[in-house]
Design a protein around this ligand. Structure first.
Ligand code: GTP
Ligand code: MG
Length: 400
């Protein structure tokens, strides 16, 4: 049978691959993933080695199983949990490949580490069907093998049915055989041991025979759902970016307007027009239908609440420190008003953005709690100092 995996994996079991079933082997460190694939194929499947990181890229091989119609795609993956940036990138590739699987074979060579269990449960949450194979069973006494399997059953309770946890030896170590020569001396030879994959092969065959078509259909659904989720995330990020730039634009307008009319500026009444325009634009980005009256009412309430919560005091206190050491001190006249109104606009904008993002929901405690959260998380921080400085610089630029 032809080997599809001369290089990196590019193919997967998609809707066109009617007679194909995609198995991906996953595991942390040198647990024997490549060895397992070689043993299943009955020939080499790439380099193997005792140190981690031997396989650096995914590779897919085609394989057929006796008694099972169609073709198996077997994908080897780089090990999970290797250190460094390169290790993380390899893990990301392995996860990406695992998500393409109709069936995962999760390989371990001892009791399962917490990170393995977490990865496996994430895969199962993604809707993946998985079997767990304890490899290198030749290294274990019968008693140890039974004990480790029992431990695995316990750890995987609720995730993987007991019959889907099996023990195998993909590439058992050769055994030493002593033979007595006719002359009475002894000869020691190393004898290769054949792989022992019976338990795994019969599980995979049974799963394929029983669940193959529905697993494949399920996988198609999952793929569609994943794409949908990715599309939603992309749209959310794009909307947020637009909304953020709307907030920024209006915060500058608020600053410049207040700076020009400091007497009128400081008070809930003054915030009206800028707020109304900003909130309407944000609502439009999120395709949220809110009447102008509602937005005006919400805007007024937010401004009022923020003044009550101390937005002006917060802006003034951060400016006190800034202006003392700042050559911009000469502008102090309208600066307090400008920073206050810009800060206010930033807070109402961010809170309203969160509100529409969450499906027109202020979260626990309603609008007041949301505003208070935003104010509290910024008022005594470096962020507010940086913000005030940016407003001052903006005003100075406008002045020039
Ligand atoms: N004793 C014993 N050793 C095994 C068995 N299977 C694999 N090994 C050895 O374990 C080591 C790692 O095997 P690989 O197949 O390279 O492991 P891998 O999971 O592909 O490792 P990476 O590619 O580095 O992630 C090699 O030295 C294999 O010979 C087994 O059943 N028994
Ligand atoms: Mg390998």
């Amino acid at each position: 049978m032809a080997d599809a995996g001369a290089g990196r994996t590019t193919e997967g079991a998609g809707p066109r691959d009617a007679g194909r079933f995609h198995v991906v082997v996953l595991g942390t460190g040198p647990v024997g993933k490549t060895s397992l694939i070689a043993a299943l194929l009955g020939r080499s499947a790439g380099a193997t080695g005792a140190l981690m990181g031997t396989t650096t890229h995914g590779c897919t091989h085609t394989h057929s199983v006796e008694g099972v119609e169609g073709t198996l795609l077997l994908t080897d993956t780089p090990g999970l949990g290797e250190p460094g940036d390169a290790g993380r990138a390899r893990e990301a590739e392995a996860v990406e490949l695992a998500l393409q699987a109709d069936l995962l074979v999760f390989l371990v060579d001892q009791d399962m580490a917490r990170a393995d269990r977490q990865m496996l449960s994430e895969m199962i949450r993604e809707g993946k069907r998985a079997v767990v194979a304890l490899n290198k069973k030749d290294r274990l006494s019968d008693q140890d093998r039974v004990a480790i399997l029992a431990k695995l059953h316990e750890r995987l309770a609720g995730l993987i049915p007991t019959e889907d946890v099996v023990a195998i030896a993909a590439n058992p170590a050769p055994i030493t055989v002593r033979a007595r020569r006719p002359d009475g001396s002894t000869e020691t030879t190393l004898e290769e041991e054949p792989p022992d994959l019976d338990a795994l092969e019969s599980r995979v065959a049974a799963i394929l025979a029983r669940e193959g078509p529905s697993l494949r259909a399920g996988n198609l659904l999952l793929k569609a759902r994943r794409l949908e989720r990715a599309e939603r995330a992309r749209l959310a990020a794009e909307r947020k970016k637009k909304a953020r730039s709307i907030i920024e634009r209006h915060q500058w307008i608020a600053a410049v307007t207040a700076f020009a009319n400091p007497v009128l500026a400081l008070g809930p009444m003054a915030a009206g027009a800028v707020q109304l325009r900003m909130l309407s634009e944000i609502a439009a980005v999120y395709d949220v239908q809110l009447s102008a009256e509602y937005i005006e009412q919400v805007g007024r309430q937010m401004v009022h609440t923020l003044f009550k919560l101390g937005v002006a005091e917060a802006a003034a206190s951060v400016l006190g420190g800034l202006l003392k050491f700042n050559p911009l001190g000469f502008m102090a006249g309208g600066v307090v008003q400008a920073v206050t109104m810009a800060y206010l606009t930033q807070l109402t904008g961010s809170s309203f953005l969160e509100y529409v993002e969450q499906g027109q929901n202020w979260g626990a405690g309603g609008m007041q709690a949301a505003l208070s959260r935003h104010l509290e998380s910024t008022r005594r921080t470096e962020w507010l100092t940086g913000f005030a400085r940016a407003v001052l610089e903006h005003l100075l630029k406008k002045k020039r």
